[in-house]
Structures are given as C-alpha cells and as structure tokens.
Write a protein that binds this ligand. Structure first.
Ligand code: PLP
Length: 377
C-alpha cells in the first residue's frame, strides 16, 4: 500500500500521456470536474496575464504583493458566491489553516464533522477554541454537542460541503437550522462543490437552498475553477478584513502568481456567463453510477461526480487500480489512513469532458478487472 506517483507528460485532461510510454490513457482521478484545466480560453487568459503582470510578486500581499488582478479576482469570487468580500490564499489548505486561529479564541467553540478534510482538522488544531467532533453528518450528535457548547462565547460549525472520500453531501439545511437554534455560525469547505453543484454551480449552499444561511465559505481554485492552484475565504466583510490582519498563511506567504490569477478569473467568467458548463456533468455522473451499480459494484454517495467504488480490502484496491491502468484507465486506490480501515476503495471522478464512450470503457474495464480479482462474482 506504499504510495507512488505516476508521472504525466501531457496536459491534465480526460486523455493523458504517462511517462514510460503510456499514451491515450483515460483519466478518471482528477478533480478537473468541468474540464477547465485545459480549456483554451483559460490557458490564453493565463498566458496574457503572465505577460502583462509578470511571473510573480516576490512578496506577500501587504508588503508589495497586491496587484489589481488580485483585487479583481477577490471581487469576482465574492460576486460569484453572493457574499460581501473574499480573500485569496496560495491554497485552500492555507485558507483552512488560517481561518480558525484568526477567528476563534479560547472562549469559543468549534464543532467539526469527524470526516472533515485534513486541512480543516489541521486548521482547528492550530486554534485554541474548545473542540467538538461530531459523528459524520449525524445531526443528533451535532445537536448534543451544540447544547454542550452553549457555555462558550461563540460557536462555529465546520463541515465539508461535499466529502471528497465518500462523495456525500453535508445536510446543510439541518445544519443551518441547528445553527440558528443554538446561535452558531456555519463554515463550509466547498472544494468539491464550487463550480458545479447547484443550478448555477455556486456550490452546496445553492444546491440545498441555504446561500443566505452559511456564513463562511472556503474553497479552492485548484479543482473545478481552472485547476491551477490557490484558495480563498468568502463571507462577511468584517471577517475578511480581520483575516487580512491576522491570518498567518495570508500574512506570511507569497501572493498568488499572476498566471494562476488569470486562469481562475477566466474560469469564473465562463461559469458566470451561463450555467451550461455547471450543468454539463450530471448526465455523465448518472451514466457511470447506474452502469456500475448494474454491474454489481457498490458506489458511495449520491449524484456527485466523486464515485467511490467500494472494495474493502486495501491490497485489492491497489492491485485493481494497477490492473485498470494496464487496460488504459487511470484510477487510484485509497486505503487507510486516508479512509477508515476496511473501507478501501477506488475513487472514480467524472468530468464534464468525459465522453459517453470514455465512461462505458471505464465501466467495462472495471467489470473485467473486478471479475478477475474476485470483487465481482
Ligand atoms: N479541502 C478539501 C475538501 C480538499 O479536498 C482539498 C484538496 O484536496 C483542500 C481543502 C485543499 O485544497 P488546495 O489544493 O487548494 O490546498
């Protein structure tokens, strides 16, 4: 189960070339949900911004690292999410590392879903607030913890909007209802939702009708929004102002490189022009999920392009993933400690730029490999 990295010698996309000769490999394990990583307009915007604004700022934002493009992108992000303001980071990992410590004191409490992303867990570790961990998406447990947390000054419920390992979606309606009842703020990490969940791709809060109830959103520019790098927090202006003063990964790390800003900015333009791109993935996801289920596999989650093919055994997941690659399909097995013991899986991720034929080829290969290794009868 030792992890190794496969080396890609082409652009990111549904069809890849790998070092060592593999060409025409079908890629089913990138977070390139909308295919914007290699979109011609996104690439052109990156090149133009690179030429106009240079390779980088050689500085953090508050010394001499803020260009007009950084301010423009922050405005675009807050407009996209219908929030008051936004702040950019070098990654969403940094956004998550910076927010809890800046916002919460030892008098406060943070309530976190047990399956939250590692960067949320690390961010919470860095703050001195009282920590509660509620069972995954368990609203009874969250309510009990919120009751206990009434003794603290401020309560913040923190959850992934969509969970990256299981492809399931946080019950935000119920979370927001409980937050209202117990006077808590709601924070969501939208890395696996921004750009494609909800009628206009705004994310889980749009999908579940709670855009006006979620206070803080952290998300990434490194997945659906062009896939380069970068992260952000968007929410109330006073909170964003506070982060600019206090958030350590923002204060003490370089500004986002202009080319990256240019790519993300164009990706947001494309998504705000029309909702066709955001809508383009649902049918493909449905095709993969229903065909795999019919073939006898168990797929976790609902309607999300993250489709975990459950296998249980860590070695089986690794061996099957290798065998899939020998048939030209690039997928990755996940096992402990990334997922709980006994819940190893191959995580398939559907992209809007997969064709129906790509998806059918993937299902056929899974069926053959599953039979060969005993995962299917
Ligand atoms: N949060 C979640 C849920 C993620 O899946 C990831 C990336 O894997 C991150 C945060 C970190 O995002 P970034 O790659 O922008 O640091």
């Amino acid at each position: 189960t030792w992890k190794s990295e496969r080396v890609i010698t082409s652009r990111q996309g549904p069809h890849l070339r790998l070092a060592g000769g593999g060409a025409g490999i079908l890629n089913f394990c990138a977070n390139n949900y909308l295919g914007l990583s290699s979109h011609p307009e996104v690439i052109r915007a990156g090149v133009e911004t690179l030429e106009q604004f240079g390779a980088g700022l050689s500085s953090v934002r508050f010394i001499c690292g803020t260009q007009s493009i950084h301010k423009d992108l922050e405005e675009k992000i807050s407009h996209f999410h219908q929030r008051e303001d936004a702040i950019l980071y070098a990654s969403c990992f940094d956004a998550n590392a910076g927010i809890f410590e800046a916002l919460l004191t030892p008098e406060d409490a943070v309530l976190s879903d047990e399956l939250n992303h590692a960067s949320i867990i690390d961010g919470i570790r860095l703050c001195k607030a009282n920590k509660y961990r509620y069972k995954h998406m368990d609203m009874q447990d969250l309510e009990a913890k919120l009751q206990d947390a009434q003794k603290h000054r401020l309560r913040l419920v923190a959850t992934d909007g969509a969970f990256s390992m299981d492809g399931d979606i946080a019950p935000l309606k119920e979370i927001c209802r409980l937050a209202e009842k117990y006077e808590a703020l709601v924070f969501i990490d939208e890395c696996h939702a921004t750009g494609f969940l909800g009628p206009n791709g705004r994310g889980t809060d749009e999908l579940l009708g709670v855009m006006d109830k979620v206070t803080i959103i952290n998300s990434t520019l490194g997945k659906a929004l062009g896939g380069a790098a970068g992260g952000y927090t968007t929410g109330p202006k006073p909170l964003i102002d506070l982060l600019r003063q206090r958030s350590r990964p923002y204060l003490f790390s370089n500004s986002l490189p202009p080319a990256v800003v240019g790519c993300a900015s164009k990706a947001l333009d494309l998504l705000m022009e029309s909702n066709t791109i955001a809508q383009s993935m649902a049918a493909k996801t449905q095709r993969f999920r229903s065909k795999m289920t019919a073939a006898g596999f168990t797929i976790l989650g609902q309607d999300h392009p993250i489709c975990p093919v459950m296998l249980g055994d860590a070695r089986l997941a690794a061996v099957m993933a290798d065998d899939m690659l020998s048939r030209g399909i690039y997928v990755i097995g996940f096992s402990y400690p990334v997922v709980p013991k006994g819940k190893a899986r191959i995580r398939v991720q559907i992209s809007a730029v997969h064709s129906d034929e790509d998806i059918d080829r993937c299902v056929e290969a899974f069926t053959e490999v599953g039979r060969k290794h005993g995962a299917l009868p």
